[in-house]
Design a protein around this ligand. Structure first.
Ligand SMILES: Cc1cc2nc3c(=O)[nH]c(=O)nc-3n(C[C@H](O)[C@H](O)[C@H](O)COP(=O)(O)OP(=O)(O)OC[C@H]3O[C@@H](n4cnc5c(N)ncnc54)[C@H](O)[C@@H]3O)c2cc1C
Length: 244
């Protein structure tokens, strides 16, 4: 099932249980008496607890119409999600050399034709990386001067004028965790800026929970949904009992 269909089903399911949906960008989260105040422009909501599921924004390479390239599979962002769809293809990874080679070696379990492109521009000089690339039969390339999506894949052009076609390209350029609402309250993050949570999805700010990609964990829908179940249960348990 495609993501949009899954989201539509989740939305219907929540609405059937009386959940009110508001589309707005929360620009402020504050600690107030009794909990939190979240505001989006002139609108504001108060709650005892907040569960943040604000995700990440992937850093993309300089490529015209990256959305179309993702839609046709020329550009892919998550090898554990969809590398099986690219098996036996010419697969390229673009990242700083160490990262590019690590991901390329992972992708070698899906294809014999895997390429590592140096996104940093420093070149493939480290003897250890050269040895590992040779051992795992990963083809090394310098930093491309231009990348184009052809509809059937990506074409990289290099400084010497040569060109190389890849059926699919995984840029591993990192992502921006959308954690600022939490860090503004002092929530702890890891070295990637992702929120650190405990086994109940609690951030270091009491009453503030976080789930999904914004959390320091594997970025997968099933993981995000599992996080949400854990956080919702913890919040539910913490609500004041009403025995009436
Ligand atoms: C191209 C691509 C392919 C993928 N394929 C797969 C796959 O095949 N299988 C799989 O399991 N996973 C896949 N993933 C990963 C999957 O999409 C994520 O793990 C999942 O969507 C995480 O859910 P989330 O709710 O944490 O974040 P998201 O789905 O990113 O949702 C976060 C939402 O929060 C909103 N938001 C952010 N800040 C605010 C704010 N201040 N106020 C209001 N709203 C805000 C954002 O606009 C967004 O709608 C893929 C990801 C990408 C990019």
């Amino acid at each position: 099932m495609a993501g949009n269909e899954l989201l539509a089903r989740f939305r219907t399911h929540a609405q059937e249980h009386g959940v009110a949906m508001v589309e707005a960008t929360v620009d402020r989260l504050e600690l107030v008496e009794g909990g939190f105040r979240a505001s989006a422009g002139a609108q504001a909501w108060h709650a005892q607890c907040v569960i943040l599921a604000t995700g990440i924004v992937d850093r993309l390479p300089d490529l015209a119409d990256a959305e179309a390239a993702i839609a046709c599979g020329a550009l892919r962002l998550c090898a554990i999600c969809d590398a099986y769809e690219a098996r036996d293809d010419d697969i390229a990874v673009m990242a700083a050399p160490e990262t590019a080679l690590r991901h390329a070696r992972f992708l070698r379990t899906f294809s014999r034709r895997v390429h590592a492109l140096d996104a940093g521009g420093g070149g493939w000089t480290d003897p250890r990386l050269l040895r590992e690339a040779a051992d795992s039969q990963v083809h090394l390339h310098p930093r491309p001067v231009r990348l184009t999506c052809t509809g059937q894949g990506c074409e990289a052009e290099f400084a010497d004028g040569s060109r190389q076609h890849f059926d699919t390209l995984y840029p591993v350029l990192g992502a921006q965790a959308q954690a600022h609402l939490a860090t503004g309250l002092g929530a702890r993050t890891d070295e990637n800026g992702e929120l650190v949570v405990d086994a109940h999805m609690r951030t270091s700010v009491p009453g503030l929970y976080a789930v999904g990609d914004v959390v320091s964990a594997i970025n997968q829908i099933s993981v995000a949904v599992g996080h949400a179940a854990i956080a919702a249960t913890a919040v539910h348990r913490g609500l004041p009992a009403n025995w009436a």
